[in-house]
Design a binder for this molecule. Structure first.
Ligand SMILES: Cc1cc2nc3c(=O)[nH]c(=O)nc-3n(C[C@H](O)[C@H](O)[C@H](O)COP(=O)(O)OP(=O)(O)OC[C@H]3O[C@@H](n4cnc5c(N)ncnc54)[C@H](O)[C@@H]3O)c2cc1C
Ligand SMILES: NC(=O)c1ccc[n+]([C@@H]2O[C@H](COP(=O)([O-])OP(=O)(O)OC[C@H]3O[C@@H](n4cnc5c(N)ncnc54)[C@H](OP(=O)(O)O)[C@@H]3O)[C@@H](O)[C@H]2O)c1
Length: 466
């Protein structure tokens, strides 16, 4: 609230008092210990004092730049406009910084190409998609969630959490969905970024990959900002296997990151390509449904026990009772202690990434023992599946149900390169064709870090070409 009668000073609203921020102008005299001409902003119960922008002296008006500068007194946080590309976890965290007042005087806009926020957790809907980090460690520190249903939660529950967070913390008004960033250009003379966005037709998911314009409508908007943040994520530019014949395949072919949730896999012959985290989760979930599953793998990987599973009696997962959730709601301190214990458990695992440590040797011995046990129904797989590189060289992948799926009677492991897709299935490099109804490519993402739209910097240099 700004009381304009309490002062002779010209008052400009620093921000529009949206969300939790509230403003009050103290008069010329000291009021409540606050010096005159100072705006006190109340944020989450804390008083933060900001100098008030003042009318410049008339003489400055002759010199436009001096006049403009004189509007911003010493210690006043210069108003800046920030544009963010993407509305995943990173953008929500930034928006919360602005909304809560930790980042002050920011005019924020977030453009999201998809029809909804959530990024990774909006896009990935393949069977079995989940977080393999304990949920109580996979949240915003400022948005604790005593109501997670399980120790490791599925993708839809994480997406719900993100939507709830956006509502509860009043972040949605910063986000414009269905608008894709298509160019960012640094304007040297103005010291500003110029961002071009294009409206999309409202489809659920839009691809951001240079040259792909599917779903974009013609309408473009060009805006300037002081800071541009590329929060477009690493894992939403999916990669198909680079083999011929994809269009010729007559069944359903999907990428794990763009999964068609209407697919009925019951009784189908299914191929899964890849054994990264996505391939591992999807294989475990699909094998019990499919009549037959073939898993195409090029390299072995370590299959770990679940990360931070010390708190899970059977090592797989744990469903939290309503009583437990209510107890954490009622007693935030005990919930905080639990979260810290889970976080400590995860952090304690760090030394196994360091080559030559006892920790790594122990982790390797334990993982080999577990892989042997779980693969015992098909012992011939053990030598093939246990890698010769140290644990931690590839992302540690806990695979609840994965090895069990591979040794199931309806499963087949196919090693080596792919040759091509055919109208009926997949021909592997050795020339053998296998027939499928559905092919799931869990073949990962373009990790080249090449910007997906032109980012043009000083002297017109396009980062895409660097
Ligand atoms: C299946 C899967 C499971 C994962 N599991 C875990 C896990 O267990 N633990 C963990 O720590 N991490 C996990 N990750 C990593 C996960 O991506 C991060 O934890 C986190 O969600 C990334 O958030 P982000 O906001 O940085 O990026 P993203 O979530 O990727 O969000 C980026 C957003 O930018 C948008 N965007 C892209 N291009 C444009 C454009 N041109 N214009 C406008 N918007 C654009 C996208 O649509 C997207 O909404 C997982 C990733 C995947 C794919
Ligand atoms: N925490 C989780 O629960 C979770 C779940 C899913 C994803 N993620 C994260 O998301 C990121 C991406 O994971 P991802 O599994 O989607 O991708 P990924 O780790 O890059 O794995 C892609 C897989 O596809 C294979 N592949 C690629 N092209 C191929 C081809 N032409 N022929 C045969 N195989 C091919 C790769 O084999 P090669 O190894 O032989 O190249 C690899 O096994 C990772 O950081 C991961 O941690 C996390």
């Amino acid at each position: 609230m700004v009381d304009k009668t309490a002062t002779k000073l010209h008052v400009k609203t620093i921000n529009d008092a949206k969300g939790s921020g509230e403003y009050a102008l103290d008069g010329h005299e000291k009021v409540n210990g606050v010096a005159k001409g100072v705006i006190s902003r109340v944020t989450n119960g804390e008083n933060k004092h900001e100098p008030e922008p003042i009318e410049a002296t008339a003489s400055y008006k002759k010199y436009p730049l001096a006049y403009e500068l004189s509007q911003t007194p010493f210690l006043y946080p210069r108003p800046i406009k920030v544009i963010v590309a993407g509305a995943g976890a990173s953008a929500l965290s930034f928006a919360h910084g602005v909304e809560s007042g930790n980042l002050r005087n920011i005019d924020l806009k977030i453009y999201e190409k998809n029809a909804g926020l959530g990024g990774t957790w909006f896009e990935n809907r393949y069977p079995g998609c989940a977080c393999d980090i304990p949920a109580h460690a996979y949240l915003f520190t400022w948005a604790p969630n005593p109501n997670w249903s399980q120790y490791y939660v599925s993708a839809p529950e994480i997406l719900d959490y993100m939507n709830d967070v956006a509502d509860k913390y009043n972040l949605r008004h910063y986000i414009t969905p269905s608008r894709k960033v298509v160019e960012s250009r640094w304007l040297q003379d103005e010291q500003k970024w110029q961002i071009t966005t294009r409206k999309t037709d409202g489809r659920r998911t839009v691809i951001s990959s240079y040259g792909i314009t599917e779903g974009e409508l013609g309408e473009e908007t060009v805006e300037k900002c002081d800071v541009f943040i590329n929060a477009s994520g690493f894992f939403n530019h999916w990669r198909w296997p680079k083999i011929p014949g994809k269009e010729a395949f007559r069944g359903n072919i999907v990428h794990s990151a763009d999964y068609d949730v209407s697919l009925d896999l019951k009784g189908k012959r299914v191929a899964v390509i890849g054994n990264g985290s996505s391939g591992i989760q999807v294989t475990a979930a699909v094998q019990p449904l499919a009549s037959q599953i073939s898993v195409f793998i090029r390299h072995p990987t370590w299959i770990f026990p679940n990360l931070g599973s010390k708190f899970v009696p059977d090592g797989n997962n744990l469903t939290f009772s309503e009583e437990q959730q209510t107890q954490w709601v009622r007693d935030p301190q005990s919930y905080l202690e639990y979260r810290k214990a889970v976080e400590n458990e995860l952090n304690d695992g760090f030394p196994f990434f360091i080559h030559g440590t006892k920790h790594q040797a122990d982790a390797k011995a334990f993982t080999i023992q577990e892989m042997n046990r779980r693969l015992s129904p098909r012992p011939e797989m053990i030598d093939e599946l246990i890698p010769d590189f140290p644990v931690g060289c590839r992302r540690p992948t806990p695979g609840t149900g994965y090895l069990e799926a591979l040794v199931a009677p309806n499963a087949e492991l196919v090693w080596g390169e792919l040759g091509s897709f055919t109208p009926d299935g997949i021909r592997s490099a050795d020339g053998k064709e296998r027939k499928f109804d559905v092919i799931i490519c869990a073949t990962g993402f373009d990790m080249s870090f090449t910007p997906r739209w032109p980012i043009i910097g000083i002297d017109g240099v396009n980062l895409q070409e660097r």
